[in-house]
Design a protein around this ligand. Structure first.
Ligand code: ADP
Ligand code: MG
Ligand code: MG
Length: 252
């Protein structure tokens, strides 16, 4: 089992305090969701964990099996087993999607354990079929000319191929039609298992109709203000953030 612990994390952007002491712990085998109003720091949390240079960590740590990943370079974090799907996936010119995924898989493997082309392609076929993806998407340049929905689907393909220990999926559901949402959910559900944990960040309860989280965290004003089971997302849907704030006696 692996553990990812966010401890008293404070993050600023251009001297503005965004995260004000975030605490959360997740284990492999679990799917966690983070919900919270817009502007509350959810994307900041995922960006800070993955080492985006604009986000300054002023206090706290993020431990992956006891090692502070905040002291690692971004590529080291990925090799240590983290995967980040960003809200706006960037386009990378000149490298095919398949090449990227094979390189990412092999960067986490020892020299005598690299995945060969044939084995890789076999896996790729299987997973693209599950995600209803046309074969040619593997050969397209990474994210170049992909539609929003295609990019999201492709992120899930990358997730399934790279098999990280922990994935942080920020608004993986934004801009998806219902069919794409179902496909994305199917991919994430297929990843469920002892060796994998996910932190799913979303505004809406909608995604959580397809992926039942083990734990739901509510973030407000730079902190996790409540953690509970899947029923918390339902409660939020019914009562809204306002109801929850009243319950918690928060005035933000
Ligand atoms: P969420 O994902 O919960 O909607 P964000 O983490 O994107 O929230 O943003 C939290 C706060 O940080 C917001 O007030 C937002 O305006 C601010 N912020 C986010 N990114 C930047 C940035 N690059 N520069 C300045 N302020 C930012
Ligand atoms: Mg936002
Ligand atoms: Mg966001």
């Amino acid at each position: 089992m692996s553990v990812l612990e966010v401890k008293n994390l404070h993050v600023s952007i251009e001297d503005k305090k965004i995260l004000k002491g975030v605490n959360l712990t997740m284990r492999t085998g679990e799917i966690h969701a983070i919900m919270g109003p817009n502007g509350t720091g959810k994307s900041t949390l995922s960006a800070a964990i993955m080492g985006h240079p604009s986000y300054e960590v002023t206090e706290g740590e993020v431990l992956l099996d006891g090692e502070n990943i905040l002291e690692m370079e971004v590529d080291e974090r990925a090799r240590a087993g983290l995967f980040l799907a960003v809200q706006y996936p960037s386009e990378i010119a000149g490298i095919s999607n398949a090449e990227f995924m094979r390189a990412a898989i092999n960067s986490r493997r020892a020299d005598d354990d690299k995945i060969g082309v044939m084995a890789f392609l076999k896996q790729l076929d299987k997973k693209m079929a599950l995600l209803d993806m046309p074969e040619e998407m593997a050969e397209r340049y990474l994210n170049e000319g992909f539609s929003g929905g295609e990019k999201k689907r492709n992120e899930i393909l990358q997730l399934m191929m790279i098999e990280p220990t922990f994935a942080i999926l920020d608004e993986i559901d934004s801009g998806l039609d219902i069919d794409a949402l179902q496909v994305v959910s199917k991919g994430i559900n297929a990843m469920r298992g002892d060796g994998f944990g996910a932190l799913i960040i979303t505004h809406y309860q909608r995604l959580l109709n397809y992926i039942t989280p083990d734990v739901v965290h509510i973030m407000m004003d730079g902190r996790v203000v409540k953690t509970a089971g899947a029923e918390l997302a339902q409660q939020l849907e019914a009562e809204g953030y306002k109801g929850l704030m009243e319950e918690l006696g928060l005035d933000i």
